[in-house]
Design a protein. Structure first.
Ligand SMILES: Nc1ncnc2c1ncn2[C@@H]1O[C@H](COP(=O)(O)OP(=O)(O)OP(=O)(O)O)[C@@H](O)[C@H]1O
Ligand SMILES: [Mg+2]
Lengths: 233, 396
């Protein structure tokens, strides 16, 4: 479904990704783990078109999307819930969700809104509330819900568990699982390597801009290098 | 409040409290034009965090458009024919002004600001100032200095005044006025009769002199009694043209609010103003929203320019600096309201008009234009986010 082939990404003169290749198959949950500054967010931002690779290509459903602007990529079916949630705190919960469906003109937006509210009942209670007043966990739910409103075939999640209490982390991961079961392919970036590897079918480890290990979620949970560096020994 | 602190210790001219309502109304009527221009500053700032210093020149180009269209209709400054003004002339003028201003705003954004969007903000700011000066000074090569469109007095909707009586004149003074009038009439006819008798003599006789003095005194007394009667009431005079422009202004502001708050595009504008990247991730074309914002702000400035140019204001000239003062005042209005805050800009504009009016009322007419700067400094010192600005809390 998604094939990334040897991309190099730079911020000005700083190289953030070096020859990164990976692929995501239809129906999978793929995790990317790595420490701070490894380049995980950069990778997602490049897929969703916020950054352009200097070399290499990205293909999505047999179309080359490297170089396509972000607002066009959403229309192809890739939805990106960015690091730090980045919800529109100047708007209400419902306005945020409707913005998630900005590219759509079909009649089923209301129906999908209802679906999202079923998945996140807390959002329903706060539907008319300014989203800036939501708690961190609620904001994360809103960010995921907003990303789902475009009906993506591939969902990119950047550290959805960041800063959440353990029970909320569990809730978020179970939602990720549900979303995947309903047919959405998921590429998830996580520092919480343990949880991520548990839900992921496959995973990649990224270090200073390069992929260093790849394998199934189970394999990586048992990998001694991963254990030492990311699972606390 | 501001005024109080400002003028404390300065001698105030005799403040006539009865003219205060009139002054406040004048201020509100003038202020609605500032509000309309201020919306452009505040919307562009909301989206690009850029103060579009060329906005006053977009306004100026709108005024010229109205001028040229009025010439095309035959309202040249020295036209000899009395043109039959029709309301649709005004509609054509305002639509033309809005179109040209809108276009100017879009071109300025596209070619002056967009190439610098990813550069440090100071680059755009300096470009904005440069753009403003380019249009002010460069425009002189092509644009004439001229009196404004010469149509207000002849056109129906602009003719006349609405007079609202707040306090009726004191009826007790009517009798005094009536008796003074009677005295005056008697004295006048006595003097007239005597004048006939003395038609042939060059100097009036002593009797004639006395009658003339009496008649003149009776005249003065009558005028005084009449003044006393009139001044015992309070009324507000509103030129119909001003009322129309204010109503149009509020209609345009209503349309704008509806658009921003309740349409999909308005939601997209608010998203872009909050966060370019997140907006793009929603599938919003950021550039087209920026363009749209410039169109909105600039067409409002064009409408304001047409209305400002066609109202009769003594001594008004249209030149390439026509947008300078209104631009500065509207900018201050936007800052008063908290730059980036749309309803704030409207309130700021009205407040700016009233402040200006009150400065004149207090006797400092020559300070009226400077008042904007004083207010700007005070606001920046006391409430840098403006009166309604909580923009800092909105940023995460
Ligand atoms: N806007 C930027 N300008 C310059 N360098 C940047 C920029 N954003 C990221 N970088 C650099 O690129 C590298 C990768 O950053 P990235 O945000 O992708 O890391 P990450 O793996 O997501 O880290 P974290 O887990 O902390 O989110 C880092 O060295 C970072 O300093
Ligand atoms: Mg990151």
């Amino acid at each position: 479904m998604l094939t990334i082939d040897h991309i190099d990404v730079y911020y000005g003169a700083i190289q953030a990704l070096r020859g990164v290749s990976l692929n995501v198959n239809q129906g999978e949950i793929v995790a990317i783990i790595g420490s701070n500054g490894a380049g995980k967010s950069t990778l997602l931002r490049t897929i969703s078109g916020l950054l352009k690779p200097r070399t290499g290509t990205i293909q999505f459903q047999d179309k080359t999307i490297s170089g396509v602007p972000a607002d066009q990529i959403v229309k192809l079916g890739i939805s990106h819930s960015p690091e730090g949630r980045r919800i529109f705190t100047n708007m209400t919960v419902s306005e945020n969700l409707l913005l998630g469906a900005y590219i759509r003109k079909d009649a089923e937006i209301e129906k999908d809104l209802e679906k999202v509210l079923l998945r996140f009942p807390r959002l329903r209670e706060r539907i008319k509330q300014s989203s800036g007043t939501l708690s961190g966990g609620e904001q994360q739910m809103l960010a995921i819900g907003r990303a789902l409103m475009s009906r993506p075939s591939l969902l990119l999640l950047d550290e959805p568990s960041l800063g959440l209490a353990p029970n909320l982390v569990t809730e978020i991961f179970s939602i990720v699982n549900d979303v995947n079961k309903d047919g959405t392919t998921v590429l998830i970036v996580e520092q919480n390597a343990h949880r991520a590897l548990e839900v992921a079918h496959r995973a990649y480890v990224i270090e200073t801009g390069s992929i260093v290990i790849e394998g199934s979620g189970k394999e990586l949970l048992e990998d001694s290098r991963v254990k030492e560096a990311y699972l606390g020994g | 409040m501001v005024l109080h602190g400002l003028f404390l210790g300065l001698p105030l001219a005799a403040l006539d409290i009865r003219t205060l309502p009139q002054q406040i109304v004048n201020g509100l009527l003038n202020g609605s034009i500032y509000a309309l221009i201020a919306l452009g500053y505040t919307m562009v700032y909301g989206i690009l965090k850029l103060i579009n210093f060329a906005h006053g020149e977009v306004f100026m180009l709108g005024a010229y458009t109205s001028l040229f269209v009025s010439w095309a209709f035959g309202f040249t400054p020295n036209a000899t024919v009395e043109p039959q003004t029709q309301v649709w002339y005004l509609l054509v003028m305002i639509v033309a002004s809005m179109t040209v201003s809108g276009l100017a705003g879009v071109l300025i954004e596209r070619f002056a600001y967009r190439p610098l969007r990813n550069q440090p903000r100071i680059a755009s700011l300096i470009t904005a100032i440069g753009m403003s000066m380019l249009l002010q000074y460069g425009g002189q090569l092509f644009l004439p200095n001229s009196p404004p469109p010469n149509i207000d007095a002849m056109i129906n909707p602009y003719r006349g005044n609405v007079n609202i009586t707040l306090v009726k004149s004191n009826e007790n003074l009517v009798a005094a006025m009536k008796s003074a009038e009677q005295t005056k009439l008697t004295a006048d006819s006595a003097w007239d009769a005597q004048k006939k008798l003395e038609e042939n003599s060059f100097y009036p006789s002593a009797k004639g002199q006395a009658l003339q003095d009496a008649a003149q005194k009776a005249d003065r007394d009558y005028i005084e009694a009449q003044g006393k009667y009139n001044n015992s009431g309070v009324s507000i005079l509103m030129p119909v043209g001003r009322i129309i422009t204010t109503v149009v202004t509020f209609i345009l502001m209503g349309v704008l609010s509806y658009l921003i708050l309740f349409t999909k595009r308005g939601r997209a504008m608010r998203a872009v103003s909050h966060d370019f990247d997140s907006a793009a991730l929603m599938g919003i074309n950021v550039n087209s929203i920026v363009t749209f914002t410039f169109i909105l702000g600039s067409t409002l400035a064009g409408a304001a320019a047409m209305m400002d140019a066609t109202l009769y204001q003594p001594g008004l000239q249209i030149n390439t600096f026509f947008g300078l003062l209104p631009g500065v005042k509207a900018f201050v209005a936007a800052v008063i309201g908290g730059i980036g805050n749309v309803p704030g800009a409207v309130v700021g504009g009205l407040l700016m008009g009233v402040i200006e009016s009150l400065v004149g009322w207090a006797g400092y007419t020559s300070w009226q234009d400077a008042a904007a700067f004083v207010v700007l400094i005070v606001v920046l010192l006391v409430r840098p986010n403006g009166l309604f600005g909580s923009t800092a809390a909105e940023k995460v």
